[in-house]
Design a protein around this ligand. Structure first.
Ligand SMILES: Cc1ncc(COP(=O)(O)O)c(C=O)c1O
Length: 381
């Protein structure tokens, strides 16, 4: 299996650990092991006593119990822990798809959600999010029209990376009905769940549909990407068992210290999520003022949920040239739309980090130093 480059990850690999101002990250502010252990007295001693042998392939029962509590109708035996979300995407696509299958995938989206299917040989149709007057939107009728007799799988990502669009319950039910009618599976990447900015929490697709697999992770809403703990949940036992057997060839099992720490984080999940929601909300307010000052350069597409947004550029240069110049001159990292195979000039911005104000200040310095403010006043005359 020869996969094409993962454009976004290649871009991050080039800049993420050298650029000082990360203004596009999709994971929320992280913390130290000590910060996490401080949530509960006594856990530090227990952590030091963690056994460093192999762990259960499915994930420890304690961890699966904590994850199951996030769902309304999923039991711990329907949770399969993975090394991050990425492993689960790769494994799911491999156990479910054959070369003559048709797959519909929401777009733009995180590349592995369609790339693995494409590499397996599937025909992949894009179900595009469109920018309407009220922000990003989906067209359920369009999804219906994309379905074919061999549509094996519908892939969604809600809240969506990069747009921050979140499907509402009616849309989730409509997608479920379309899939059920055609006997198709749903794979729903819900790694940004837990950051609903209007406080409205929705079920997971795996709670709604017997042939859905939902994907969750500690990396994004909890800001604990270094744990590399993700999971799938599904009521479909056949898929579950196939994924267990496939996992024997990928990671086998997760790291014991990570599983321990993920349990502590989930037991204190509400506090962590509240903290991260506050960071995002404060940063979004500050960004509003910035976008008001620079409305001639950017369209402010606020996220419905999650720590990222996809803003349209209104400049005379392409998003990739703008982003490269910005990171080279000021060390500010934004993500251009071409890393999503998206052929329009958009940039992804991230709102989940503590140093957002400082990074945004550097972006503003760049705009001023490059006369982009001046361009505004001369355009207005
Ligand atoms: C939508 C989506 N799915 C999956 C992943 C992979 O997550 P992880 O790094 O936890 O494997 C990401 C990471 O950015 C993502 O945005």
């Amino acid at each position: 299996m020869k996969l094409d480059d993962f454009k976004l990850e290649v871009y991050f690999n080039k800049y993420e650990f050298t650029a000082p101002y990360l203004l596009c990250q999709s994971d929320c502010q992280s913390m130290t092991i000590q910060d996490l252990l401080d949530f509960e007295s006594g856990t530090e001693e227990d952590f030091k006593k963690s056994w460093l042998g192999y762990t259960e392939v499915e994930g420890s029962s304690e961890l699966r119990q904590e994850i199951a509590k996030l769902h309304s109708s999923i039991d711990p035996d329907s949770i399969l822990v993975h090394v991050g979300a990425q492993e689960a995407i790769f494994n799911y696509m491999n156990v479910t798809l054959n070369p003559d299958d048709h797959v519909i995938c929401q777009f733009p989206v995180y590349q592995s959600l369609y790339e693995v299917a494409k590499t397996i040989g599937c025909e992949v149709s894009k179900w595009e999010l469109k920018q309407g007057s009220e922000g990003w939107e989906v067209d359920i009728d369009e999804l219906r029209s994309l379905v074919k007799s061999n549509t094996k799988l519908i892939v969604v990502n809600t809240p969506n990376n990069p747009t921050g669009y979140m499907l509402n319950l009616d849309e989730m039910k409509a997608i479920t009905e379309i899939a059920r009618k055609n006997n198709s599976y749903i794979f729903s990447d819900e790694v940004y769940k837990g950051l609903e900015l209007d406080g409205d929490t929705l079920p997971w697709f795996s709670d709604l549909y017997e042939n859905a697999v939902s994907l969750g992770v500690m990396s994004k809403a909890y800001g604990l990407s270094g744990l590399r703990i993700g999971w799938i949940s599904t009521q479909n036992k056949k898929i579950y068992d196939k994924m267990v057997r496939f996992k024997h060839y990928t990671s086998i099992c997760s790291s014991a210290p990570s599983e321990f720490l993920a349990v502590v984080a989930l037991r204190n999940g509400e506090k962590i999520l509240k903290r991260n929601q506050m960071i995002i909300k404060n940063n979004l307010k500050i960004a509003d003022e910035f976008f008001n000052r620079y409305s001639h350069l950017f369209e402010n597409n606020k996220p419905k949920s999650g720590p990222i947004a996809f803003h349209k550029l209104k400049m005379n240069q392409s998003a990739d040239v703008f982003c490269e110049d910005l990171v080279n001159k000021k060390g500010v990292l934004l993500l251009p739309a071409n890393t999503y195979d998206y052929e329009h000039d958009y940039i992804r911005m991230g709102y989940g980090r503590d140093n957002f104000v400082e990074s945004l200040g550097k972006l503003e310095e760049y705009l001023i130093e490059n006369g982009l403010e001046v361009e505004l006043s001369s355009n207005k005359k």
